[in-house]
Write a protein that binds this ligand. Sequence first.
Ligand SMILES: [Zn+2]
Length: 260
Amino acid sequence: MRLASKIVLLFCSVLTTSLVHAQNQVSIIYQAPVDKIETSIKQHLKASSEISETLALINDTFRLDAPLQIIFGGEEGPLFDGDSLQILIPYHFVKEVESRFVTAEYDDSGRSIAEATIDAVMHTLFHELAHALIFMHELPIVGKEEDAADSLASVLLIELFNEGQEIAISTADLFNLESTDSETFEEDDFWDEHSLDVQRYYSTLCHVYGSNPEEYAHIAEDADFSEDRTELCIEEYNSLSHSWFTLLAPYTHDDQASQK
Ligand SMILES: [Zn+2]
């Protein structure tokens, strides 16, 4: 083959590869709202710079084998659908989150209801992204996939965002609010694929503390963690973030996922 032909072929191959990568991006679709409440939720999400920054960060950080859609609206979710490669987050879920923060007068915490609601949506996006990455790349997961998805959501928030710990704390507080829905546990609470809400609350706080023990010493104190657990939170967070970045390294652009 003549050199010129080889160069043309090589160029075409590079171009095709970059086009494939450009197509295999995550995009957001906002479905038509069905009522005034959904309309206001859609406006809140669309106006949120955090949601658009999250999308940009996901696209800058991860390589996907196929396009992934995040769909706000509809009835089902939050969930990741492996058949359609879609993350579904209904507007009514976002409304429910907002209502829980309103009822709890969460703005007394120093974080506004609007901020806390977007925080929880971001954690949900990363939790469902974890399911998508595990599915697409057949990542080996030892233990409950739901716990793995929660831990990746916390690690990505903490490592990729300047306010990541604050975002994770709002989400932990949401788990705590959800844990008060029922005063007694039923059998299905124990066989559910998710850990109990109260466990998700403590795990998330443990990881926030473990990520920066000096800055978040008050979290370990407020949660009343034992001295041993406090030490383990540091080891656990380091182990989780190391494990996730090792698993995801082949599927990231450069090393952005390891830098804030
Ligand atoms: Zn899940």
